[in-house]
Design a protein around this ligand. Sequence first.
Ligand code: GLU
Length: 312
Amino acid sequence: MIPATTSAQPVVGRFAPSPTGPLHIGSLVTAVGSWLMAKQGGGRWLLRLDDLDSRRQQPGMADDIMRTLASFGLLWDGEVTRQSRHLEEYEAAFGALQRAGEVYPCSCSRREISGSSSAPHPGDDGPAYPGRCRGGMNDSSPVRSWRVSVPEEEICFTDRRRGECCQRLPAVCGDFVAKRGDGEFAYQLAVVVDDALAGVNQVVRGDDLLGSTPRQIYLQRLLDFPRPDYCHLPLVTGEGGAKLSKRDNLISNHLGSVAGREQVLLLAALRFLGQKPPPELSGEPCSAILQWGSDHFRPERLFAAVDGTVAA
Ligand code: GLU
């Protein structure tokens, strides 16, 4: 049984990179933001490697990410966890959803879904699934996925930076995938199980995951897990607003080029998050900059932070 989150509990935050590429400046901002928000209240900051998708892993990247974090003084509490070691826990949660009749097998291929005229709302993950297999699938077809039946109601939560956010799951994603036909668990299920297992009560991550949060909240409700507090940070973009990609590996690919610039990048990340580090901090070690950050962190300044480039 996982205890419910209460405001009296110490903060347990986390950073959960996927080891599909080296950290870039956007991941550094998320790491710094989640570290500050956990540490300012004397909380813990956990590191989890989201390594479920074996096709997108890059050898050596997990170590590379850990080395980079350490070079910035971003030291995690306790053991690093890896999603690839939690398959039994995901299976248990999936079994609970199955027993409760909340998931159903689906034979639809991506092409069938995107070609459906009743799926007019392309969301982050493509068009909303129109529910074709909800009433039962043709027995002769292979199971391509297991989907969670979503309710018609609006799911709302208060994000620390974005305020009240509401979403109707049927319009945005429809019945979403919890497990694929090949046995791989979906991110939405894995992240909810992991956060609950680790007692995470504060999720601070990039704004690109804001739209996934209602699905995760719905799963928490079905699985009787507590709901963490959420804060979605502004996104770092390249020049002209372009999304960052693996090529923007200005941090770790190349510790060589970062070595000696950690302080400058840390201060830039703090400023990007709306904080106002004093000029005297330049030249101080990373540990002193982070200490200043957690002592002086002003969450309300995050509200003024917007997507954009980081000036280092
Ligand atoms: N592993 C995810 C990513 O790198 C983040 C998961 C999360 O913060 O919930 O985008």
